[in-house]
Ligand binder design. Sequence first.
Ligand code: BES
Ligand code: ZN
Ligand code: ZN
Length: 509
Amino acid sequence: MAISRSYLLVRYKYSVLGQRLYSSMSDKRGLVLGVYSTDGQDDVRLTKFAQKYNESTSGKLLEQIKICGPISSGSARIYWDLGKYPAVAVAGLGDASKWDELDEINGVKENVRIAAAAGVRALSACKIGTIEVEDLEDAEAAAEGAGLANYKFQEYKNKEKQTSLPTVALAENNSGSEEWDKGSILADAQNWARKLMETPANLMTPTIFSENVKTKLASLNVDVQIYDEEWARVKQMGSFLSVTNGTKEPAKFLEITYKGDNSADKCIALVGKGVTFDSGGISLKPSASMDQMRADMGGAANVAATIYALARQKVPVHVKGFIPLCENMPSGTATKPGDVVFAMNGKSICVDNTDAEGRLILADALCYASTFNPLFILDIATLTGAIKVALGDCVAGVFSTSNKLWEQIHEAGYESGDRVWRMPLFKHYSDQMCDHNGYDLNNLGKGKGGGSCTAAAFLRQFVDKETPWLHVDIAGVMGDCSDQSYTGSKGMTGRPMRTLVQFIKKAGS
Ligand code: BES
Ligand code: ZN
Ligand code: ZN
């Protein structure tokens, strides 16, 4: 086809113009403001900060908003050239009283997270390079929502094809910068956990994970020890080591210490499952969605990110993290179904199914954590598909031997918006794991159903009776969650890291 010179010229001009338009847009500043609304009615109420901004526009902003009526929670509308900022996104804060009590969530905070995210996404879609967000009457929650929405995993994409993300900050002349900073740290930490989980398993091996954690925490007041397989052998961690038998990737064990409170003798122990890829081993998983198992180190990511956030916020607590890291692969040297292994506390375990490997690595990590005589132990793991069947993708399951700790973590989930739900630790489940095959334990329950409960019952065998303990099963909230618009519905989530931080602040003080 013959193309005329003038056509080419026009194309050229458009592309140049397009480019110029793009770059000038990205230099622009945008502002996110909030507006409350009662759905279905014509009633709109601006936040205090937005009211002031409205005054600076001689009331034009509110007039414009009213033309189209209330802005609902989760939406944002952009107004151009109204006042000091070229672009103003007005985000809906909804009506917090609409949250049902049974939703067990702080609706005021949650609405702020949702609104901040909607505002940031709207301006970001218009290539606004610098976005300022008002405090939305809860600067911490605003920073969480804004920071979590301003995340994209694109590390390994051609640089030119990467989407540039805007800079997000608290609005100029807005009070609440301390609270904003706290929220930004939480969002940053959770985004780090998301990245660790999302990264493909060949680029996030136990060795790479360990180095990442060491580098990230080195600049803070945090000690990271990376132990090797020989160390684990000396400690007689036969259960942990049995999982790494089928891979060439060396297993690692991290011991992380953050002592933000020098007067606290006892530490809080956090234990995180770090299976950097779970193929199932000889009990091989089906291939569909097996790639998701790159995130089977979500517990480990949560522990590392929680300590990172606590250290950055300089929270006065003494926390230790214990992270067993390995791959679960099939090979001629892999553990076979029916093999018997011995944990650090001497208990014999019959490995009925090599895909129930999380509990095997956690068993030894729990024994090791117990040797520090901690205040309490919390383990967190993408442990069972059964928890997703039970609870779906909006809440993590918690098993606890302590009512008080349960109440505290439950309350933390209410505040953070990343909720937890209590699950049972009945003797019935323990009976299903113990003594039915000539060994102390089996790694599969003998009953039908209740897979998350039998897994928890198994773990309980490796915690001192005197040490209060919580087990958090996060397989359901690991990835592609549909309940939190600010975290997005696709990809690995890093959940429920903010709940852990909130909980430790309470429980450790
Ligand atoms: N890592 C999986 C659990 C999992 C499943 C996490 C789906 C995230 C999403 C775990 O190691 C596993 O394979 N568990 C088995 C246990 C079974 C063999 C008793 C499961 O849930 O099927
Ligand atoms: Zn498995
Ligand atoms: Zn697993």
